[in-house]
Design a protein around this ligand. Structure first.
Ligand SMILES: *Cc1c(COP(=O)(O)O)cnc(C)c1O
Length: 413
């Protein structure tokens, strides 16, 4: 968007938005501008009915028979196949299970065991903390590899023939900076290292083609852009050719070749199922299934084009209306280097964010000074972006944010 943008321009963007009807798939409280779907996606309307049915009809009436009669056994794989469509992966390369943190543990462990002859693991220094904690723990307890940290910009320079595994977040949670997966995967392959991608801020938000870009391993969240509900199961991806050469460190009975043979010896299932551990949480899986279904019949190129247009509109309007208040763009300006979020740094981001929430605009604060807005293209309207920036302008102009009640930090930011 170039030049001065008016409210009419923005309304016209909504009027010609091919995805405008998708908003109807969600319950979004009246008057709320929700720009935090990258932390917790909103409630899909179908989830309520779907959960009700599974609770009353399946659990209530069919009880244990539901494992067969209502296909509970194959739910992790079926949801995995749906998520695979958003990742550019094969249906048999993705499975829904456990949490992102646990999936990181499993895949880091499996990858290090498969590259036991190599002495180092490379992880970004300022990535999402859970990734780093887990990597350090697995290296210490199991792999024996030493952890090397690096800035995102230096990953390719830092990998070498000693590198067993590289663990990276595709879209940085603070800044929205997006790495070039094709380039990193090719460089890793040339030194014989594996790469584990954390797609928590990518799945359902940016174009992905795990098959084409040569990705080995990936994990990601179910409760962010996938709209699976609070604490939803996560997903993991393992490239087909690698699956049978990797062993999970948590060999539970659901990853066994024949769980109901109750054999005393563990024999891993062939394929992606071997990365399951125990009984899947069927109610949470049901909500995740409805969450992923909010992408059904959506043209993905249109979805990602809208994501870019929303982000661009926000940056343009922030510069048009709020530049005098001291916000500094903390996200890449170039759309191809950015996920579906935009962050601005400001010394008083925490209080500003709280004041915005009180005024009905929900974004979030990320330490130390980031005001982060997520633009989920399925339900965010262009007018929401306009109204959010106008509200922010008001919060700054009236110095509302300086009021005492916005200054104390809550437990969850
Ligand atoms: C949200 C997020 C996680 C969360 O992991 P959980 O196990 O679901 O708590 C992990 N990694 C990244 C990059 C995230 O953004």
């Amino acid at each position: 968007m170039v030049g001065h943008v008016t409210r009419e321009d923005v309304l016209a963007m909504d009027a010609s938005d091919p995805l405008s009807a998708c908003r109807e798939r969600f319950h979004i409280p009246d008057g709320l501008i929700y720009l935090d779907g990258n932390s917790l996606g909103p409630l899909p309307k179908r989830t309520v009915k779907h959960l009700q049915m599974v609770v009353t009809d399946h659990w209530g009436e069919s009880l244990i028979g539901s494992w067969n009669d209502h296909d509970w056994m194959t739910l992790p794989a079926r949801i995995g196949a749906e998520i695979a469509l958003l990742l550019g992966a094969g249906a048999d390369e993705v499975i829904a299970c456990d949490s992102t943190s646990i999936n990181i543990y499993k895949l880091v462990h499996a990858a290090l065991a498969a590259r036991a002859d190599r002495s180092t693991l490379l992880v970004e220094a300022a990535g999402f903390p859970t990734d780093r904690y887990l990597v350090e723990s697995v290296c210490e307890q199991a792999g024996g590899q030493s952890v090397r940290t690096t800035e995102r910009s230096k990953i390719i320079d830092r990998m070498d023939e000693s590198t067993a595994l590289i663990v990276l977040t595709h879209v940085d949670y603070r800044t929205g900076h997006m790495l070039d997966m094709t380039e990193v995967n090719a460089a890793a392959r040339s030194v014989g290292a594996l790469v584990l991608w954390d797609l928590s801020h990518s799945a359902g938000a940016v174009p992905l083609d795990l098959g084409d870009c040569g990705a080995d391993l990936a994990v990601g969240c179910g409760y962010k852009y996938l709209n699976g509900g609070p604490g939803a199961p996560a997903f993991l991806y393992v490239r087909k050719e690698l699956q049978n050469s990797l062993q999970t460190p948590l060999p539970g009975w659901f990853g066994h070749a024949q769980p109901f043979a109750f054999e005393q010896n563990y024999v891993p299932a062939a394929g992606i199922d071997r990365f399951l551990c125990g009984t899947p949480p069927i109610l949470a899986m049901t909500a995740l299934e409805s969450g992923v279904e909010t992408f059904q019949c959506v043209e993905l190129p249109a979805l990602f084009a809208k994501s870019r247009a929303l982000c661009e509109l926000y940056i343009g309007l922030m510069e048009q209306r709020c530049s005098k208040f001291g916000f500094a763009l903390a996200s890449p300006r170039e759309a191809w280097q950015r996920g579906s979020q935009v962050s601005f740094a400001h010394e008083h981001s925490y209080a500003i964010c709280q004041a915005l929430i009180e005024r009905g605009v929900v974004g979030d604060f990320r330490a130390p000074d980031i005001l982060r807005m997520g633009f989920a293209p399925l339900y965010t309207r262009y007018i929401d972006v306009w109204d959010a920036v106008e509200t922010l302008h008001d919060v700054m102009q009236t110095t509302l944010w300086q009021e005492e009640r916005f200054q104390t930090r809550k437990a969850v930011t």
